[in-house]
Structures are given as C-alpha cells and as structure tokens.
Design a protein around this ligand. Structure first.
Ligand code: VOV
Length: 250
C-alpha cells in the first residue's frame, strides 16, 4: 500500500524547561533582573525573526509540574533549529534551567483532502499553514500521538478511502471549533518518539478539553489513536515571562 502524500513545512522544536529553583532563588535581585533582561533580548530577536517570516517563536508558562516553561521554535531546516537551540543555551537564563522534555517534528499537511492542481509554492494560504506563526492565542496544549498498529485496529493496513472517510469525520468535529481552537499538526515519523505532535491553541483552555473529548468518541481517535503526555501552558510576552520569573524568585 503506498504511503499517503504529505506536504511538509517548517521544522519544529518544542523545548520544555524546568527552572533550577534553588539556584534561581539564590541569585541576588540585581543579577536576576540582568538575567531576565539578557533573555528578553533573545526572545525579542526570536519575535523579530517571526515578524520577518524567517521562523516562528512562542513562549509559555507550563501548568502543573511536568515543566515550567515551553519554548516553541520553527525554522526551515534542522540546522537552523540547532542554531536557535545554541543561542538559547548561550543565554544566562538557560543556566537556571534543566531540560524537562523536547519534541522535534515538521509541520505536516496530509494529502487526503488536497485539491488537485494547486501550485503549492504560489498558494499563500497553504504556505501560511506550512510555515505558521505561533497563533496569538492565550493557551497552548501539546501532546504527541501515534496511530495504532495492532490488529484489528491497524491504521496502516486500512485502504486509503477508509482512512479518508475517518479523517473527514475527524475534520468535521474539528471544524465545530473553528475560531476557538487552532491546530498545528506536525509529523515526527523518523524524527522523534511518536508519529505526530499535536499543538493546539485557544483563548479558553476549556475548549481543549471539549474538542479532545469530542474526538475521543470519533473512530479516528477512539479506535486508532494512542497518546503521549499532555502539556498545557499560558502564552507570555517578554513582560509576562519576566514577571513570572520574578514571582518565582521571591
Ligand atoms: C482544531 C480542530 C481540528 C481540525 C479542523 C482538524 C482537521 C483535520 C483534517 C481535515 C485532517 C486531514 C488532513 C489531510 O490529511 O488531508 C487532519 C489530520 C490530522 N489530525 Fe486533525 N484537526 C483538528 C484537531 C486535531 C486534534 C485535536 C488531533 C489530535 C487527535 C485527538 O484525538 O486528540 C488531530 C490529529 C490529527 C492527525 C494526527 C492528523 C493526520 C492524520 C494522518 O493520518 O495523516 N487533529 N485534521
């Protein structure tokens, strides 16, 4: 059976960090402020790169205790993602963090519902979906997932029409959340431990729960999906991150 055609856009790094609390609290307030000023310069550089459409950037305070901060970066190549990683590691703030989790993937659009005869390079809407800026929505939800490969629910043994039928039903549920939840699906077969990264954005996090719960009852999730850990966070600007870090500093 041939693999479905996919369109692949920018590479994505989800970088989850935990703050080294004791080290951070032990810094004097002047040093802490200087560390955050230095980091703001890095974040502003990333935001400028997003404005210039060279990549994407988002920073989030993570809810719960799996991590404290999430940085989402997108770039046209893995090499450029590695450069961003090195620049983050060069900041003074990085010394006060530990790695909590990371995920490498590439923005993916499936070919199941593609219109024939579209010139991908010229189609602006398609280009924006393949190289998306981080949406200006307040909350993020990230989780990795697989499609099941165990008999009788082996997604990869279904014929194409059946997979298309499932994804049409899946898309119909998704569309009920138009304007409330924006999804960026990134493929990670061969890149990371799961097959896709799902990154959802919303202004009200209850819509994550409602959408995902709704999808659980749809066959494409109920029969065929397996999920990794879920992370939820609140998007912050430079001031928001500084304020949160200073609250943590005490
Ligand atoms: C915000 C809502 C939303 C909307 C509108 C939406 C629509 C669509 C459409 C139309 C298509 C098919 C594209 C193609 O292939 O042409 C997809 C495809 C996909 N989706 Fe989706 N999805 C959403 C949301 C959405 C969620 C919440 C999840 C997680 C699943 C869950 O249970 O937690 C998800 C997963 C995926 C995946 C893994 C794929 C790729 C499957 C493959 O095998 O390739 N997705 N998705």
């Amino acid at each position: 059976m041939p693999a479905p055609h996919t369109l692949d856009g920018w590479y994505v790094l989800h970088d989850f960090r935990a703050i080294r609390r004791q080290a951070w609290k032990n810094t004097d307030p002047h040093t802490a402020a200087a560390v955050l000023r230095d980091f703001s310069a890095f974040a502003q550089g990333e935001m400028e790169a997003q404005r210039q459409r060279l990549g994407s950037f988002g920073q989030f305070v993570v809810a719960g205790t799996k991590a404290d901060l999430l940085f989402v970066y997108m770039r046209p190549t893995i090499g450029e993602l590695n450069d961003v990683k090195a620049r983050f590691e060069a900041t003074r703030l990085a010394d006060f963090t530990e790695r909590a989790y990371s995920y490498v993937s590439v923005v993916e659009l499936g070919g199941y519902l593609a219109k024939p005869g579209v010139d991908i390079e010229q189609d602006e809407a398609l280009q924006l979906r393949l190289k998306p800026p981080v949406p200006e929505m307040r909350y993020v939800c990230f989780y990795p997932m697989n499609k099941r490969r165990t008999h009788p629910d082996n997604w990869y043994m279904l014929d194409e029409d059946e997979r298309r039928k499932h994804l049409i039903a899946h898309g119909q549920i998704g569309r009920q959340f138009a304007g409330k939840v924006k999804q960026i699906i990134s493929g990670s077969v061969g890149l990371d431990d799961w097959e896709w990264g799902v990154t959802l954005y919303a202004d009200d996090p209850i819509h994550f729960k409602k959408l995902i719960y709704e999808m659980r009852f749809d066959e494409s999730s109920a029969r065929f999906a397996e999920f990794g850990p879920f992370y939820v966070g609140e998007q912050v600007d430079v001031e928001g991150l500084t304020k949160w870090m200073m609250t943590l500093h005490g």
